[in-house]
Each structure stands twice: as structure tokens, then as C-alpha cells.
Design a protein around this ligand. Structure first.
Ligand code: G4P
Length: 531
């Protein structure tokens, strides 16, 4: 790569912010996504890009199941310009059963926004995803949402964030008026008030006015005084912004807002620009950093097929790590060392797709019909690099898959292979069971629903899944397979990534086997909770 391209990559990386929103379903992630895009003037009325049943077009109607269930399984990236910077918002699935997908998405971002419902506080799925951020050391900004509705007290919410995450909340803004009587926020860094004015249905940009402290006192009296006093309490408790602590995963800056009313959203964008890390060097599998100005490199964090009928194809989403991605260039697939032509490269969000000609570190590119690519694969130009694999979660649900029509075995096999490559389910095989009846393994049972649905609709092979009575998986080695298989309530399989797994009916069997065969390697796999 020329020195000029290297410089360009550095400049472009510096003005990018690539992040994901983590939250419990219903906290307002879709609404916030719309509001962010609205603020960036991508759309001029909320609801055009993203949403659920009832809103206009939705990102999540790629699959019938998603439609029927009103959940979002698909991931995509929304890119927009804001104040001279480029924001990449990588979407995460809304349902806990797809947390493995979210885990992969979190491998592709540089920071996260934790969205908390003011009335519900820290909910389980938020915490699970937070744990993934902690594990990956992704800096987290917190947004307390739905402040227009009755909810917990702001100080109480700060305590909860601290107790459950261990991160020190350092509010940048503080609400004026209790939850449900939202008047605006105190900007804790300059002492002014950002006043909220309600607009019809929150469908357009919220009107905001900045008031001086005196004006705020005159207009809001006690509500203002309380906000100022509480903010002083926070300062006394050293809960003021500490950028280093945020980047080092010890503190989380906090904003208050209402996504549905589009309030707090511009503050979030400004905060992302000011504080969130830009794409930087990424360690390879040996821990060596791939510098941003090195020749192009990236890795696949998501494969998606079976989107709506207008685009029945397969997309591999790449996060660009270094250099400049140029559509049409030939890159090397690190796993096979084979060349790969990037003729069709797209940016995908919702149903809109645009051809991408150039992309820079932090960007997400969808490569169309890249059938050789698997989740975790690295791509590069010139100097070779392999990024660390994205670990698979420990599955907790298992089912034998059988083709209903034995005449369609070929379609069945191909279909299962495709689902495995996309990471829709994990596929386990053993000599004992043979290739006719592979075992599908999932973190959440809804993954099975998606697999069955797609096998029938897309792959032309209806399947029956018979659940197996296992609930715990541990890693083992080839040497122990025969002995472990001879125990009751234990069965060993080879997973697609070459890992040997021992499945146990329950914790009790696992404990007993650990006692009986103390030498057997029975290491825990990455689990949703200890990821
Ligand atoms: P999700 O993607 O995190 O699952 O949540 P989503 O944005 O779909 O929001 C869930 C519900 O919460 C929606 O209501 C949405 O309108 C509402 N909501 C989101 N942000 C706010 C907010 O700041 N204040 C208030 N009061 N409500 C908010 P719904 O009734 O389920 O759907 P809809 O018919 O309003 O779209």
C-alpha cells in the first residue's frame, strides 16, 4: 500500500466511531437507533430506518420469524456523517437467545452504549452483554432512557449501575425534574440547562434551548435547585468525568434522555465524538498489533443469508481493521491463503443497500455471496495477518436434526453446512451418530426455530429436530472420547471448529465424571455468562 493510502487510513480512522448499543429488549434500542439517524439527518422523520411491526420499513423483517415475533435477529451497520465525523452503529439482535450473535458484533466495535430503561434499571440481558464488554475491555457509555416516564430516582439508578457493573457512573448530564416530569438536563460540565420542549409525537427533532443557571432557576425553581444539589453531591463523590477511567473500563459516563422524544440524542452523538475511542491498532492472533496504516485487513464477524426475497443471497460482514478497502481489489483469505475478489461490496442497513467503493478502519462492509468466508475469518492485502478467532459460546440446548424426506439428503447436508458456516447454530458430529443425523447445538432455543424455518424455506429440506437431554457442555480431547462415551448421561462430539465437546445431562453428571475421571480434560467453554 502506498504511503498516501496509509495516511488516508489514519485520517479516516481518526474521524470514525464504531459502536453498538447493548440493552435489554424494550429498553428502546430501535427507537434510539432511529433517533440517532434522525439527528444525523439521514432521515427526516423517525421510523424510516428501523423499527418493529407497525413502524414503516424495518430492519428486522428480513425473516418471517422476526416479523411474527417482533424481534430483531439480523445485524447490520448504520453509517452516517455527523459534524465531520463518521458514525458506524453496528446493530445487535434484540433477543437473549441470539446473544452469541451479539458477542460477535461486539468483536467488531470500539465502544458500546448501554441503554437502561429508567423504570426497570439494570436488566439481565443488559448485564450479560455488559459482561461481554468487560471481557473484551470495550469502553461503555450509559444512557438512562425513558426519562419522560415515571421511573426510579436518578441517584438510585447510579447506585444500581455501580453495584451491578462495578463501573463508577460519572454523569455528564443530570435530569431536571423527576422521571415522568422531564424538563431537560443540567450540563454538569458548564452548569447550563439544556431545556426540552415537546414536539408532536417525537417524530421530528426535539426542540432544545440552552438556559443559563439563572434562567433555569427562574423557569424551573425547585426542580433546578435539586438538580444542582444532586450534581454537587456527585462531584463530592468524585463522580465527575474521568476520560482515562472510561477508556480503561473503570468508569462509565452517563447521559439522561428520552429516545422516543429524541431528547439527549445529540448529547450522545457529541459525547461519542468527544470521548469514544476511534479505531486503533488491532492485535493479531499472536498479540502483535496491526497498525491502522498497514495494508488493508479485516475480519468476518457475521454471516447472514436468507434475508428478504428481493435479496436472497449471502452476506459476510467485515470489520475493516487497517488500510483502505477498495471494492474490486483482490484480497487474501487468511485461512486458505486463496485470493478473493471483492467485486460486490455493500453497506447494509434495513432494506437499504448501497455499493461501497471505499471503506476505512472501523467501517463495516457486507461482501455479497462470499461463500468461502466463515465467521472469524481474516482477510488482508500484501502483509499477512490473522486476527484472533471469535470464541463460540457454550451451548445449552441440543437436538438431533433429521431430514424429513430422505430423497432430499443432499439439500439437507448442504443446508446444515450453510447454517453452521453462518453461525446460526453450532453443528456437532460423532461417528456413533453418523452424518445423517448431526446434532445442532444452541445457546438459546430460538436458534433452533430459525434453523428449522430456514432449512424448510431456503434450503428445500424440511427437518425434524429431536431434543437431546443434555444441558452442559465442556471441552475435552480426542483421547478421552471413548472413556467419556461409556459413562451414562455423557456423550462426546466434534464441533465444526475442531473442538471436542463432552455433553452432560446436568451438573450432577458433570461433577460425577470429574470425580471418576479426574484426568479427563473438561474445561469450561466460553459461556454467555462468563464470556
Ligand atoms: P428495543 O428495540 O430495545 O426492543 O425497544 P424499542 O425501541 O422497540 O422500544 C420499546 C418500547 O419503548 C416502544 O414502545 C417504544 O416506543 C418505547 N420507548 C422507547 N424509548 C422511549 C422513551 O424514551 N420514552 C418512552 N416513554 N417510551 C420509549 P411500544 O409501545 O412497544 O412500541 P411503539 O408502538 O411505541 O413503537
Amino acid at each position: 500500500m502506498s504511503a498516501r493510502a496509509g495516511t488516508l487510513a489514519v485520517t479516516e480512522a481518526a474521524r470514525r466511531r464504531t459502536f453498538a448499543v447493548i440493552s435489554h429488549p424494550d429498553a428502546g434500542k430501535s427507537t434510539l437507533t432511529e433517533a440517532l439517524a434522525l439527528h444525523a439527518r439521514v432521515i427526516n422523520e423517525a421510523g424510516h430506518i428501523h423499527g418493529k411491526a407497525g413502524r414503516k420499513s424495518t430492519v428486522s423483517d428480513w425473516m418471517d420469524i422476526e416479523k411474527a415475533r417482533g424481534i430483531s435477529i439480523s445485524s447490520a451497520a448504520l453509517q452516517f456523517e455527523y459534524e465531520g465525523s463518521v458514525i458506524n452503529l453496528v446493530d445487535t439482535p434484540g433477543h437473549a437467545d441470539f446473544s452469541e450473535d451479539t458477542y460477535r458484533v461486539l468483536a467488531a466495535v470500539d465502544s458500546a452504549v448501554m441503554l437502561v430503561d429508567a423504570a426497570k434499571g439494570m436488566e439481565p440481558q443488559t448485564l450479560k452483554l455488559f459482561e461481554v464488554c468487560r471481557h473484551r475491555r470495550i469502553p461503555v457509555l450509559t444512557v438512562i432512557n425513558k426519562w419522560d416516564r415515571p421511573g426510579h430516582e436518578a441517584l438510585q439508578l447510579m447506585d444500581e449501575v455501580f453495584l451491578k457493573t462495578g463501573l463508577k457512573p460519572t454523569p455528564l448530564t443530570w435530569p431536571v425534574g423527576i422521571a415522568g416530569d422531564f424538563r431537560g438536563v443540567l450540563d454538569r460540565r458548564n452548569g447550563t440547562m439544556i431545556q426540552f420542549t415537546r414536539t408532536a409525537g417525537g417524530a421530528t427533532l426535539a426542540a432544545q434551548a440552552v438556559l443559563s443557571a439563572d434562567e433555569a432557576l427562574a423557569a424551573h425553581g425547585d426542580a433546578w435547585t435539586t438538580a444542582v444539589e444532586e450534581s454537587e453531591l456527585l462531584s463530592a463523590d468524585e463522580a465527575d468525568l474521568d476520560v482515562e477511567a472510561y477508556l480503561d473500563h473503570r468508569a462509565t459516563p452517563v447521559l439522561f434522555g428520552s429516545a422516543v422524544l429524541n431528547f439527549g440524542v445529540s448529547q450522545l452523538l457529541d459525547t461519542l465524538l468527544e470521548l469514544a475511542p476511534a479505531p486503533g491498532p488491532r492485535p493479531d492472533v499472536a498479540g502483535e498489533p496491526r497498525e491502522v496504516d498497514a495494508p488493508f485487513s479485516g475480519f468476518v464477524f457475521k454471516i447472514q443469508a436468507g434475508m428478504d426475497s428481493a435479496h436472497r443471497d449471502r452476506l459476510a460482514y467485515i470489520r475493516v481493521c487497517s488500510g483502505v478497502f477498495e471494492r474490486g481489489s483482490v484480497v487474501t483469505h487468511a485461512a486458505s491463503k486463496k485470493p478473493f475478489a471483492t467485486k460486490y461490496a455493500q453497506q447494509v442497513f434495513g432494506q437499504s443497500r448501497e455499493t461501497v467503493d471505499l471503506a476505512y478502519p472501523g467501517d463495516v462492509v457486507g461482501l455479497v455471496n462470499a461463500s468461502m468466508l466463515r465467521v472469524g475469518d481474516s482477510l488482508y492485502v500484501d502483509s499477512a495477518v490473522t486476527f484472533p478467532p471469535i470464541p463460540s459460546f457454550a451451548p445449552e440446548h441440543f437436538a438431533v436434526a433429521r431430514a424429513n424426506d430422505s430423497g432430499r439428503y443432499k439439500q439437507f447436508r448442504r443446508g446444515i453446512e450453510q447454517l453452521e458456516q453462518e453461525g446460526v447454530v453450532q453443528v456437532l458430529r460423532s461417528d456413533r451418530r453418523g452424518d445423517q443425523a448431526p446434532v445442532l447445538a444452541a445457546v438459546g432455543p430460538m436458534q433452533f426455530e430459525v434453523a428449522t424455518h430456514r432449512m424448510k424455506g431456503e434450503m428445500g429440506a424440511e427437518v425434524t429436530l429431536d431434543r437431546l437431554p443434555y444441558s452442559v457442555a465442556r471441552r475435552t480431547t480426542r483421547d478421552w472420547v471413548t472413556q467419556l462415551d461409556s459413562q451414562s448421561g455423557v456423550e462426546c462430539f466434534l464441533r465444526g471448529d475442531g473442538e471436542w465437546l463432552a455433553l452432560f445431562a446436568d451438573q450432577w453428571r458433570l461433577g460425577r465424571t470429574q470425580r471418576d475421571l479426574p484426568e479427563a480434560v473438561l474445561e469450561p467453554l466460553v459461556a454467555a455468562t462468563d464470556a
